[in-house]
Design a protein around this ligand. Structure first.
Ligand code: LLP
Length: 412
């Protein structure tokens, strides 16, 4: 069951007409479906039901408080990478004991904030970071639970900007050097190594790279056991891909079954950090056609959403399906869908077959729920879009549109 569907010739988000939403709230407008969020979270989480596990939704994919609250109400933990994300997760009511903290550059104040909250653990990415956590925890009279993020040197076969588990990437600790790091952690007074962590990349469309990484981690786990370390958690990160275009990523059920087969009998609590697979296809970006124009070699559809609203096409050359909100049945043409920003890289779709559209009509940009609003900016002094969460017939303004005043608020 898809919750963004054409009905009576126009697009609906669950029980609400997207045209009516655009008329009431303006464009560009992010629209999320609560039913889709629930379905995705439950499909993912239930895939691991036979193992002791914790699904820690990766806040960076979509950090709107309303989205976090909804996921928290379903029992989600959270994967955070900053003090700001911790603040959001706690505000959304996520129990601190279900929060894991990843990222290569945690600052002392952020470490303190996380220890005060009492998070489950830090995923540590360098020995200097380990020493820093030890120092901060010691001064607070606490002991920090930690995992090291292991870089298994596995190729996730995804876009280079979102591959993270190769030797050349900045992430994690080289697997061959990690035993020494665990030995160091064991001997420090204010950190306790309790887990192993790994995240190899994002938008993975096959299971093999995950399994390859897992094989390496399990060999490593045996070595840690031989050191008499009490490892209780295995965090496998996020990364499961979604369908933007023609990809055929494994269903979470398949992913869960493959992992359960290998891990089912081990005395470990499995942590997963899905982001995109939960929110990606639970959101669209709605935009209005401002102008169309032809150059001798190209046709352009100029819309009111831009790279500041959705940067993925500009940054990664990502494909997002673009369709009319209310299809008019005109013949297709080859167009670039571009925004108002003063950059040639400001496009939402390039060389795309799109039915001829006219001024004032609206387009839906699909699969925009993950890394859409969270990567948006105010470039060209554009107030950021509003976000709407639809739940059945109910419309929740999840974030009000920014105003000119909000643009300058911190400068006055
Ligand atoms: N855990 C860690 C440590 C991560 O770094 C990430 C994503 C995740 C979990 C969630 O990964 P997911 O399940 O969403 O693939 N901006 C890029 C994606 C960057 C991903 C960064 N890390 C994009 O728009 O494609």
């Amino acid at each position: 069951m898809h919750h963004f569907q054409q009905r009576n010739g126009t697009l609906f988000a669950e029980g609400v007409s997207v045209t009516e939403l655009a008329e009431a709230h303006g464009t560009p407008l992010y629209v999320y479906s609560a039913a889709t969020l629930k379905r995705h979270f439950e499909a993912f989480d239930s895939a691991f039901a036979s193992m002791e596990h914790l699904t820690c939704y990766s806040v960076k994919a979509n950090s709107n408080l309303h989205v976090l609250r909804l996921l928290a109400s379903l029992g989600a933990g959270m994967d955070i990478v900053s003090g700001g994300e911790l603040y959001r997760a706690l505000l959304a009511g996520v129990p601190a004991g279900k929060i894991v903290y990843s990222g290569v550059g945690k600052k002392p104040a952020e470490i303190r904030q996380a220890l005060e909250a009492g998070i489950l653990m830090f995923n540590v990415e360098s020995t200097q970071e380990l020493l820093r956590i030890n120092e901060v925890a010691k001064a607070m009279g606490k002991v920090a639970q930690i995992s090291f993020r292991i870089n298994p040197d596995v190729d996730p076969k995804t876009h280079p900007y979102i591959s993270t588990g190769l030797k050349k990437n900045k992430f994690g600790l080289n697997i061959d050097l990690s035993l020494d790091a665990y030995a160091l952690a064991r001997d420090l007074p204010a950190v306790e190594p309790v887990g192993i962590d790994c995240h190899i990349g994002s938008q993975l469309t096959t299971i093999e790279p995950f399994m390859e990484a897992l094989d390496k981690l399990l060999i490593f786990y045996d070595k840690l056991k031989a050191m008499n370390l009490d490892i209780r958690y295995l965090d496998l990160g996020g990364g499961l891909g979604i369908n933007y275009d023609e990809e055929q990523p494994p269903h979470p059920k398949e992913f869960g079954a493959a992992l359960t087969k290998v891990l089912g009998k081990l005395p470990l609590k499995i942590i997963l950090e899905p982001g995109r697979v939960i929110v990606g296809n639970a959101g669209i970006l709605v935009t209005e056609v401002l102008y169309t124009k032809q150059s001798p070699t190209k046709s352009f559809v100029i819309v009111d959403a831009a790279m500041n609203d959705l940067v993925r096409p500009s940054l990664y050359g990502s494909f997002h399906r673009v369709e009319e909100v209310t299809p008019q049945g005109r013949p297709a043409q080859d167009v670039d869908v571009v925004g108002p920003i003063c950059e040639s890289g400001d496009f939402l779709a390039k060389d795309r077959q799109l039915p001829e559209v006219r001024q004032g009509e609206r387009l839906a940009v699909y699969s925009a729920g993950a890394y859409g609003f969270t990567m948006s900016s105010n470039y060209n002094s554009r107030p950021r879009a509003a976000e709407i969460l639809v739940d059945g017939e109910q419309v929740i303004v999840a974030r009000r549109r920014e105003t000119f005043e909000s643009l300058v608020a911190q400068e006055l």
